[in-house]
Design a protein around this ligand. Sequence first.
Ligand code: PBG
Length: 327
Amino acid sequence: MPLFPDLRMRRLRKSHAIRSLVRESQLDVGDLIFPLFIVEGKGIKQEISAMPGIFHFSIDRLAAEVDELSRLRIPAVLLFGVVNNKDEIGSPALDPEGVVQQAVRAIKKAAPQMIVVTDICLCEYTSHGHCGVVVNGDVDNDSTLPLLARMALSHASSGADIVAPSDMMDGRVRTIREALDNNSFNHIPILSYAAKYASAFYGPFREAAGSTPQFGDRRSYQMDPPNVREAIREIEEDINEGADIVMVKPALAYLDVISKARESFNCPLAAYNVSGEYAMVKAAASRGWIDEKRVILEILGSIKRAGADIIISYHAREAAAWLAEQA
Ligand code: PBG
């Protein structure tokens, strides 16, 4: 290796053109998934207070939104349902006329090429806000599995392209895979939230989805933040059970986990740039403390550089517009 003065790293940073020539990773609009929150009712497009620029949509307002997302070349959306009447076992999640089921049909009708991914988890539908069935004060793994499988089937029957379990029960990928395969949905991929941490960065989402646990927390099923070897075991478990795409969540405080997962596995890797990460940027930007556009593109770029193929982000819409300007 040559040393200075033979080596001058700055030679390759001289101009935009040369920087672009030697650039190692590139953010592409085709890698982005935009989350959408669907509510009951009509004529609703209401901003979520802790997530400026992100809205609750009723079904009738979705077509205009997905038209705009298609125009921006965003390839995929991730749907979350927000419902009023919840029960102990989250049965509104299974309703063929539920908000997500209806939303899937509405989006596929308005924009057939849009990839519709649905979140599979009970927490938005249970009265206690936990991601599974509660038995003796504990979130019971095995009795939750058939409900998740029925939810995934219901979404697939409505036309969902990909199902994305985010509950962190053991064995759910296998149970969902079997249910899909036994009901002629063997072509539907599973995007598993494989390494999902018990994170404080989900705060704004829980307000948006009305899914804050009414007692306790999610630490008995979501991962402990200091662990990384455990994340590799979680991902391995899900791949072995049949996951087609695996995810690390959140993204920013877990870039090392993304990078390690990238080195360890060859299947497509997603990362979720979550609600709290979004809210921090928006709060600082609204005070003029950071250059919003540059910070967002740098954040999304860092997730790509760490090794994610797919990025789920509330910034997807604005980032897509900026990427189009640059192209
Ligand atoms: C449901 C779910 C959560 C998120 C995605 N799916 C919340 C949670 O686990 O509490 C968080 C997304 C975000 O913060 O943007 N289990």
